[in-house]
Write a protein that binds this ligand. Structure first.
Ligand code: FE2
Ligand code: FE2
Length: 206
């Protein structure tokens, strides 16, 4: 799916649907972080009007997702609870740093590409969750949630890649290659986290 190099382990979705409360809690925090990351990127790049507006729109949508997940959780009697450790995102940021100077020489390009990959992996896993819950009358609400998020996060993936191309300026021709190398690193991170069991199967990333 999208730019991903390796698929999620087949056992992930089967286990995730059995631990749906934990998945919802984890994912609510992912939406919260996505909204705050978009706003923080906008604040750090105030001179590019197009990027600031695109990131503000994105932050609004992620906040809506956060509220949507919270409402599904409330119906199940779940509180938000504390966030889990996000080893996946930390490894991904480090992998981008290890690739050397980003296209256009601006760290913003890597931040946008890391965000694009996070969206792509979310999207892939929402699709797996949608397939697992499809056709089950008791899971209609969850199916609707995963399907809505799947479509929206696919759009965010494209937005982040487009913004990275824009942010790279004259270095934009290097962006597809950078994304490809980061996607390779992302696949290795996903597999290594799964192998080392640092990642729970109740998380959307890692
Ligand atoms: Fe989202
Ligand atoms: Fe998103």
């Amino acid at each position: 799916m999208l730019c991903l190099k390796v698929p999620t382990d087949a056992a992930w979705a089967a286990e995730a649907v059995l631990r749906v409360d934990a998945v919802l809690r984890d994912h609510a925090h992912c939406e919260l972080k996505a909204a705050s990351n978009a706003l923080s990127l906008a604040a750090r790049h105030p001179d590019d009007v197009e990027i600031v507006h695109a990131l503000a729109d994105l932050a609004r949508e992620e906040t809506e997702h956060f509220q949507r997940v919270l409402s599904v959780m409330a119906a199940r009697g779940l509180a938000l609870g504390p966030p889990s450790v996000d080893a996946y995102a930390a490894h991904l940021r480090r992998a981008a740093h290890d690739l050397g100077p980003p296209p256009g020489g601006t760290p913003l390009v890597d931040r946008l590409l890391v965000a694009a990959l996070i969206e792509a992996r979310s999207c892939e896993r929402f699709k797996l969750l949608a397939i697992e819950t499809s056709g089950d009358p008791d899971k209609r609400e969850l199916y609707a949630l995963w399907s809505e998020l799947l479509a929206s996060e696919a759009g965010h993936y494209r937005t982040f890649v487009d913004l990275a191309l824009r942010a790279a300026g004259p270095g934009r021709s290097r962006v597809p290659g950078r994304l490809d190398r980061l996607a390779q690193a992302e696949g290795e991170i996903v597999w290594s986290l799964a192998r080392d069991r640092q990642a729970s199967r109740a998380t959307i990333h890692g």
